[in-house]
Structure formats: structure tokens, C-alpha cells
Design a protein around this ligand. Sequence first.
Ligand code: SF4
Length: 431
Amino acid sequence: MHILLVNPRPPRAGTSFTRIRTLTLPSVAAELMPRARVTVVDEVVQALPAGPFDLVGISSDTPHAPRAYELADQLRARGQRVLLGGTHPTAVPDEAMAHADAVVVGEIEGLGDRLLDDLEAGALAGVYALPERPSLDALGVPPVDLLPSYSQRFQPYPVELTRGCRNACRFCFNKRIHGPGFRRRPLEPVVEALRARSERMVLCMDDNLMNDPEHLAAFAEAIEPLGLLWGGQSTLSVADDPELLRLLQASGFCWTFLGLESFTPGSLAAEAKAFNHTARYGEQLAALRKHGVMPFLGVMLGLDHDGPEVFAQTGRALEVLAPAACAFTMPVAYPGTPWHAEVEQQGRLLSCDLALYDGHHAVVEPLRMSTEQLVTGYHRLARSFYGWRPALRRLSRNLQPRRNTHRAWVAASFLAVTQGYRRYHRKIANA
Ligand code: SF4
């Protein structure tokens, strides 16, 4: 059996900010490979091979769903069997079934044999799901080398320590695929793989590195002798544990993405994110910098408590915090979530075009400003934040701490990320 796995291209050409290897398709491949030959293709950088294949699997989130459906329809018109999976088909399997022979709901582990038995018997059909999300206790290391090499210079090796998240922020889509709570995976195979690989940069794909601080500390201790540089997504509580910060610094942990989301306590409470304390942002980022960790922030504009003043207020706060980078987004009510149903019922859903559900388009009508104010303010703030003059001021802040052990890396990655975001925001503003 030969199976093709596809990562569909983004809806508008050129709006892919950067390509990095992720674990999604390698994890699917690992589940199928004992019995099938698997080829992985990323449409952003590769053309689809001619085929035919015994099965084509396409994984997509919500903004990539229109392309996934288009591709699935084209392939099925040529007689090709198609399987859809990923966060969007998981959330709305009935919609996805209109474009596929079968849909995987949730994670793939534990479903491979049933899928392949049905495929061999010519009986692949319907929705495949486990009653609960699978245990990760026996999880191996996915075959990342099946993915294309996106860049010779920046090619971090992706790993995961946990799946899911202990928190439940209202806007977050991760629960759709991973279910409530989080699960740990065994660390030994990951550390073993890192010891054997040539990559010195590692990207931890976890939704929240602070799911289990003890598990994180054990990983940091295990990889300390390997001389790696690594980072991943966390919550601000990582800054409140000096001993953990010391272990992380010694292990080469040098950046973290933090979803601050807002400087308005009311908006944080409405998003079930009151564990972020606006008054403590400054001291928490200072603690990270002191330990050589460069903070990347996520900020959402147009939340239910945000009025037109939010743009100036956020700009001033970011000037003080001086993060290395900031991902600005507008709220997205993802189909299949309770919030989507709520917003739809309120008549606040501005578009059903899934390609616009990428955080860079207004798809939910704001409560305290007009949609036009939101879109204009969003682009203006992103443009001014990524101007070179404020960017260079932030660079000097991020290089300041004497204990920052990776100054060259900080400078190079800071400049690359700033340039990447500048280009990206120009593109999406004109798209
Ligand atoms: S902390 Fe992050 S990953 Fe966890 S629910 Fe909130 S937004 Fe999602």
C-alpha cells in the first residue's frame, strides 16, 4: 500500500510566514508505516506527485480547509480515495465528509490498523474516532525526515513533551483536536533522538510547556549535556519559578512564545485567561530575560472588552515590555466550538469564508468598536511595531542582560523574525 499525506497550501499565495517542520504528518506516517509506504508532500514547496495512491490523506486547520476540500474534490473526481483529518475536520466531521471517503476525528494514534484493514477490504468509509484521546505512554519518535527541508539555515528539530493543555481559554482551538487536559509522553525516546541527530536547534511543539513543570525540568536536565538551543510555547508562570528557569537556561532554552492576549483584565477574564496578570507582565518578562530567554508575545485585538483605545494602550505597553516579537491577531470563533455557536446566534459572524479564519481578518464583529476601526487599528499597530526604529530599540533591550548566554543567536533570530513579520504584515495588509 502506498499512501500520500498532504499539507495543503495556504489560501492566498505568499501568505505563509515561515515554514518549519511540525509533527502532524510525521505522526500520521508513524501510525501507518508499519504496514504502508508513506510519502509526505507540503504543497507550499512541492508539487503533488502524479499517483495513483491507495489513499491520499490531507490534514488541515480551519484557514487551510478550503484548499483541503478543493484538493480532495479534485482527487476524488479522478477516482482517488481521500481521507481528511486535522483540527477543522475534527471539529466539523459532517462538513468534511462531503469532500472525503473518510474523516479522522482527533488524533491518529490507535486508529491506524482499523483504517488500513478497511482500506485493504475496500470498505474505508465514514468517521474514524477513538472514544478517548490515546495514551502517549508508548509513543515513539515520528519520522520527521519524511518532510521536505524548508531551509538550510533555520531548521529546528520538532519534538513534543506533552499534548493538549491544562488551561481552557475560550478562543483556543487546540481542545478540538487534543480534548480536555493534557497527556505526557515518555522523554527517553525524544532525548535519544536528540542525541543522535545533527540539528542543534530544537522546537518544542507543545501547546503549553508549563503543563507539567516537573516533566519539563526532567527534559531540561536530560538535554543539558547536548549543547542545544531550544524554545517553545509557554505560559507566564514559567517566569515565577527561579529553579526551573535556572535549569532551562542551562539546557539552552533561549526563547518562549507567551500568549499575553490582552492588557485589559476584563478581556482576559472573558477569555478564561485570568491566569495572566497584567500588573505582573513587566517583572515576569524581566525574569525571563535575566535567564537568557527571549520573550515572543501573542496579543489579540478586538476582544469583547476592547474599545478603540486598545491600539494606543497596547502600543504603549509593548514599548515598555519590548518583546523580541509580537504576533498580533484578531479573535477567531472557530467552527465547531461553543463560542462560534454563540457568536453566530448573536449575529456577529462577519464571514463564513474559512480562508479568512487565520487571525489576520475580522471574522467576529467587535462589541465596543466598529469592524473598520478594528481592521485599521490592527494594521496600523502591526506596522508601527515592526518599524525598524522601534525594532532596534527592542533589540538593544533583548541583548542587555549580562547573563544572556546566546547574544549572537538572539541578535540573528531577532532580526530574521522582525524582517519576516514586516514582510508578512505588508502582504496581509495588501491581500
Ligand atoms: S494556554 Fe494557550 S494552549 Fe492552553 S488553552 Fe490557553 S491559548 Fe490554548
